[in-house]
Design a protein. Structure first.
Length: 684
């Protein structure tokens, strides 16, 4: 009976409840939730504000600027709360990163300060920004901020009017007038976050605060040198800008007088034919040359990004550059009246390099200008006092001097360009020797266009073997068409076309970002000059003299020689120095190091079955180590008595084991950590 009742009752209850009660609850509860936050402060203002808000208050109340949507989200998530500081809701003002004061009305404060800056009452170098999220106002006047000029916009109208522009063109007013009169202002990165900048005057609305002087100003200096950038993919602009930075150009016009540690100079720099308004400004310091380019394959030598170059163009001076390096030394004075001597070291001095090494040195101890020097040639002969005299030195009665001459770095050569003798602030004599080395373009050098399309020269073809056009034009450079589709650098194709038009018409072409000669105009001009509008041309094979089956896209492009030349990188070693710690070869070209054979290269040799090559590669630090057969530690070998014994066991048997010195070092390091590495030895 009990079971039956128990079964019946729940069934009835389940049927009733879901239909009536949950529906009511669902409709009521949300109403309460929405009403509660609104009603409670009005109904019970006395109790609640005193008890709870003292410790916690909802986020939305703090900032004054946020008014609309976020309130609903926070009402649903009451657990998100921030413990409020005891200080009032005033806004902190930071001046150059330090708290300066508190203010009540940040928006007004910022606006007022900006107004004063525009009126010229405060320095125009001051920038101010209000962060509602942090409830902070930041005022910055420090150095090192990157700032850029923008036209101030008031009620949707730029302050730089046509009237002012006319005055500016006539030369009645200048740039500083615009800044002093609140027409243009410089913003730093922080204040820029607080603005709404229009790119073009026609985009202006009432909400805008500033207008770009030119849309190209959204790009940096290097990126602004790229022609037709808006036709390229964004990452290519980045790469292109980076390569412009690596380009060898004319660094400074006074370079013959300068003594920088090292720099490159392009011998025959050219202003770009296809230019941007920024390259007009940087005209005096160009970074490349205009060359004739054909996009085609050539004997398989321009696979991937490899470049085929006209050898005769190089002989005519294409991308020839000069590398300069300055070596210097100071004739120091030491305590005890000793000092360095600048002279030809004589035999008997510690570290004497031999008579031949000092042949080119003059009587004053310094090399003469226009002398050809190679690696390790002595430039400045110098003799210094010995720092420490060993017992052997005393016994040998060696002169208290050592050789400290300045020599040409390993792997470098050139001609002595200049010698400078000066003084340091401590009135020590300072000698600088500048070396110059002409760098003729060669296989392995790196070239790049301004569109992030870099390549390494793989073949130099004589002029007569290069393809040619009907007119007899021979390209300077050939690059593979496969470089285009994946990178999508359409700007480069346009540059080639515009370059061709510029070369034919004798004009430089404006290719500034967003504002340049349009493609259809170029096509029109090309047509009027009797050329194909698509830039394609019939080319003939230089070797066979036969016409190619397809038309080839040719044009003129501005190319740059990048600062990665093979002559700086080429390196090989048979014998050479080893490091003291591991007895393994040193690393790096400058230290005459070996070429590291890594784990993967090792696996290649294993895969080839080249065991002997592997053995030879890995025994660079081979050593024979005496091992005690009893305790398994490295024993001692007394060379004088020609006897080996264990320092621990004294009279145990010692065997010699062949191992790498690095392993012996590992054993020593383990011992230094209190670990006992015991070696078990066995006859094989
Ligand atoms: Zn032992």
């Amino acid at each position: 009976m009990k079971k039956k009742r128990a079964l019946k009752k729940p069934v009835k209850k389940v049927k009733k409840r879901p239909t009536k009660r949950p529906v009511k609850k669902l409709t009521k509860r949300p109403k309460r939730l929405t009403r509660k936050p609104v009603k409670r402060p009005t109904k019970k203002p006395a109790r609640k504000p005193i008890r709870k808000p003292k410790l916690e208050r909802k986020v939305r109340r703090k900032p004054e600027a946020i008014k609309t949507k976020p309130i609903k989200h926070e009402a649903r998530r009451p657990e998100v709360r921030i413990v409020e500081r005891r200080v009032s809701r005033k806004t902190d003002v930071y001046f150059n990163g330090r708290v300066a004061c508190e203010i009540k009305n940040p928006a007004d404060f910022v606006e007022n300060l900006r107004k004063k800056r525009r009126m010229g009452l405060i320095s125009h170098q001051m920038n101010i920004v209000y962060y509602p999220d942090f409830n902070e106002v930041r005022v910055n006047t420090t150095h090192g901020r990157t700032r850029r000029p923008l036209i101030i916009v008031d009620n949707g109208k730029p302050k730089l009017t046509d009237k002012i522009l006319k005055k500016l063109n006539k030369g009645e007013i200048n740039w500083s007038y615009l800044i002093q009169h609140g027409i243009v202002e410089y913003l730093d990165a922080e204040e820029e976050e607080d603005t709404y900048i229009a790119l073009k005057p026609e985009d202006l609305t009432r909400e805008h605060t500033h207008l770009e002087i030119d849309p190209i100003t959204i790009l940096g200096t290097s990126a602004a040198l790229i022609p037709y950038p808006e036709y390229n993919r964004g990452d290519r602009i980045n790469y292109g800008a980076k390569m412009v930075g690596q380009a060898i150009g004319l660094m400074a016009s006074n370079f013959p007088m300068r003594a920088d540690t090292k720099f490159n100079t392009l011998s025959y720099p050219q202003a770009p034919l296809v230019r941007t308004n920024i390259s007009d400004i940087l005209d005096e310091y160009p970074e490349g040359q205009n060359i004739v380019v054909a996009i085609m394959c050539h004997d398989g030598y321009n696979l991937n990004d490899a470049i085929v170059i006209n050898k005769s163009s190089i002989e005519r001076g294409l991308f020839r550059s000069v590398y300069f390096r300055t070596y210097e030394t100071i004739k120091k004075k030491y305590w005890g009246g000793q000092e360095d001597e600048i002279r030809i070291p004589e035999p008997g001095i510690k570290g004497y390099l031999g008579e031949e090494a000092y042949v080119d040195i003059g009587d004053d101890g310094i090399i003469n200008t226009e002398t050809r020097v190679v690696s390790d040639s002595v430039l400045i002969g110098k003799v210094s006092p010995l720092r420490f005299l060993s017992a052997e030195d005393f016994a040998a009665d060696i002169e208290n001097r050592r050789e400290t001459s300045v020599t040409v770095r390993y792997g470098e050569e050139g001609i002595v360009d200049d010698v400078l003798i000066s003084e340091t602030v401590d009135s020590d004599q300072l000698i600088k020797v500048k070396i110059r080395d002409q760098r003729i373009l060669e296989v392995g050098d790196k070239l790049a266009s301004r569109h992030g399309q870099k390549g390494v020269i793989s073949l130099l073809v004589p002029h007569e073997d290069m393809p040619f056009t009907v007119e007899g034009v021979v390209p300077d450079l050939i690059f593979n068409p496969h470089a285009i589709p994946s990178r999508m650098t359409i700007g480069q194709l346009l540059e080639l076309l515009a370059g061709k038009m510029g070369a034919m018409s004798g004009k430089s072409i404006d290719a500034s970002a967003f504002n340049h000669i349009r493609e259809d105009e170029i096509r029109k001009v090309m047509k009027s000059m009797g050329l194909r509008e698509d830039g394609k041309q019939v080319l003939y094979d230089g070797k066979k003299g036969m016409q190619y089956d397809v038309m080839i896209f040719t044009g003129l492009a501005y190319y740059m020689k990048l600062d990665h030349m093979v002559s700086d990188k080429i390196h090989a070693r048979s014998r050479g120095p080893v490091t003291l710690l591991t007895k393994q070869p040193t690393e790096g070209r400058a230290k005459r190091g070996g070429l590291r054979l890594g784990e993967m290269e090792q696996q290649c040799l294993v895969g080839h079955g080249a065991v002997l090559a592997l053995k030879e590669r890995f025994d660079s630090d081979k050593t024979m180590v005496p091992i005690c057969t009893k305790c398994g530690l490295v024993a001692i070998h007394d060379i004088a008595k020609n006897r080996s014994y264990c320092g621990v066991c004294k009279d145990s048997e010692v065997v010699w084991v062949e191992t790498s010195y690095a392993f012996k070092l590992t054993l020593d390091e383990l011992k230094s950590m209190g670990i006992y590495p015991k070696l078990g030895t066995e006859e094989i």
